[in-house]
Structures are given as C-alpha cells and as structure tokens.
Ligand binder design. Structure first.
Ligand code: ADP
Ligand code: MG
Length: 272
C-alpha cells in the first residue's frame, strides 16, 4: 500500500507503479500458506486465499479470528512470518520478506479503516491531494482533477472545501474512500469501515463500494458484519475461524446451505 510522505517513485506514466494486467476474472492476489504469530498465539495458521480482479469478497468471523491481520498483510502494513503472496502474477512476498516487485504494485492497493483517518486541520481537497502530490510528484492541476473525479464517484463533489469536522460519519468514510481512489487502486481493503455508522448510512457507504466494482472494476475485500450487504453484493464470502479460513464460498452457499458448524453458529448469532 502506498503511504503519504514516502519518497516519490520514478516512472514515466502517471506514477502509480506499473500497470496491472489482471482483468475481470483473473486472479489478482494469491496468498499461499500465510502464517503469523504474536508471541505463542498463531493468528494466521496457514492461509491460502485467492482474490479475483473485480470481485467483492466479504470476510466475516469472530473478533480475534485474524481478519484484520490478513488485510494488513495484503496491504503491506504487516509482514507474515512465512508464506507467499502473488499480486497480478508477480511474487511480492517470499522468504519472509517483500520482493522488489511489491514496490511496483503497492500503490494499487488501498486500505480504509473503521476510525476516520482524515487530517482534521486540512480540507477535503488537501486530504485527497497530499499523498499524490508528495509521493507521485503530481501537479496541483492533475491532483485537483483527480480529486474532483474521485469525490464525484463517492457522491461528495459538493464537499471539496469542507473540513472533516463539518462532515457526518458516513460522509467522512466516503471521503476516505475517495482518498484511496486517488492512487487509482485495483484493490480496496476495507476493515469494518461502517461499524460505527447507523444502518442506513452504512448501506450508502457500502453501495459506493458496489458501484466502484461495477463501474471501475475495482476488487474489494471487506470485513463487515453487514450480512445483508454480503448476501446481495459479495461474489465470495470468506469465514475466518481461529486463524484459519474455514469456509470460502458463494453468499448463497454460505448463508443458506453451509454445513460448517462454526459458520452456522456465527450466522445465527449475527442474524438477529
Ligand atoms: N500487533 C499485535 N500484537 C499482538 N497481538 C496482535 C497484534 N495484532 C493482532 N493481534 C492479535 O491477533 C489476533 C487476531 O487479530 P485480528 O487480525 O485483529 O483479528 P480480527 O480482525 O479478526 O478481530 C487477536 O488475538 C489480536 O489480539
Ligand atoms: Mg479486525
């Protein structure tokens, strides 16, 4: 994942690393045997997990089961202890470290968190343009153009000069999505981004993700407790249990036909 303030990358085109060749249906990310422990606690036991370009993958599971750890590993915010990751056909993690290929693709991975991570003292425009201006050396004009487009995509064009404090929680999360879009990601990782929002507001934010998939072909992996969204919009549902992927299937299978006892219990617990 790209980070604000890191050194500018070289490269002739718009600057966000190399172009991604995976198109809808191709495997975009492959995780193979990912392991991670904190002390003697195995948080990822041996995770095998593929994500296809343009798919929405909903990740569910109890608190502490390892969901955030997997997203953070894919985003480059944490490294597994072992295993391999392949992004768009190139090995980006192997032998316990990131490979040089990771730097070529990391800007295509965006991550959004539950708590608002906008800079409070900057307006929306500045929040969006800071990283691309610094990291990609983008001109002010280009950054403005891209910000206008990103805000339009999340329905926030009218708020370009607002400060975060003037926005509602749902609006802030839509701005956070727009900020991730500035780097033109192929993959958005969303970690409980609607957990602090009222259900109708949460539904609007999640609907933005669905539009981004449909209109921009962006793959989305999201951790959520919103089973309605999962059953409507997900291509895949992944159920984490104690550091392992216990179920990886279609929403219909997961919610209506699963034989997995832990998933059954989980669905019963969250349903009402
Ligand atoms: N940096 C860390 N140091 C120590 N333990 C951690 C750290 N990050 C996560 N854990 C532990 O790893 C387990 C899985 O965490 P996490 O991936 O956040 O689960 P989930 O997102 O499914 O709730 C939890 O028990 C958590 O306390
Ligand atoms: Mg978590």
């Amino acid at each position: 994942m790209s980070e604000a303030g890191s050194a500018p990358t070289s490269g002739a085109h718009s600057g966000s690393g190399r172009a991604i060749s995976a198109t809808k249906g191709d495997i975009l990310v492959s995780c193979q045997g990912l392991q991670k422990s904190f002390g003697d606690r195995e948080v990822m036991k041996s995770i095998d997990f593929d994500m296809r370009a343009g798919d929405i993958t909903v990740i569910i599971g109890r608190s502490g089961s390892g969901k955030s750890t997997l997203l953070r590993a894919i985003a480059g915010l944490t490294d597994p202890d072992d295993g391999r990751m392949v992004f768009d056909g190139e090995v980006v993690f192997e032998d316990q470290k990131r490979t040089p290929a990771w730097k070529q693709v990391d800007s295509h991975v965006g991550m959004i968190f539950q708590s608002y991570t906008l800079w409070p003292h900057m307006d929306v425009l500045k929040n969006l343009t800071l990283a691309p201006r610094k990291r990609l050396g983008m001109t002010e004009k280009d950054a403005l153009g891209r910000a206008e487009k990103a805000l339009a995509e999340v329905g926030m064009a009218d708020h370009i000069h607002s400060k975060p404090v003037q926005l509602s929680g749902g609006e802030r999360q839509r701005v956070a999505i727009a900020r991730a879009l500035m780097m033109q990601p192929k993959l958005l990782l969303c970690d409980e981004i609607t957990s602090a929002l009222d259900p109708p507001v949460a539904a609007e934010v999640l609907d933005v993700l669905r539009r981004l998939k449909e209109e921009e072909g962006i793959a989305v992996a999201l951790v959520t407790h919103d089973m309605a969204f999962a059953s409507k919009a997900a291509d895949r549902v992944v159920f984490f249990h104690q550091g392992e992927i216990a179920v990886n299937t279609t929403p219909d299978e997961a919610f209506n036909h699963t034989e997995d006892p832990e998933l059954k219990k989980f669905i019963e617990a969250v349903r009402f």
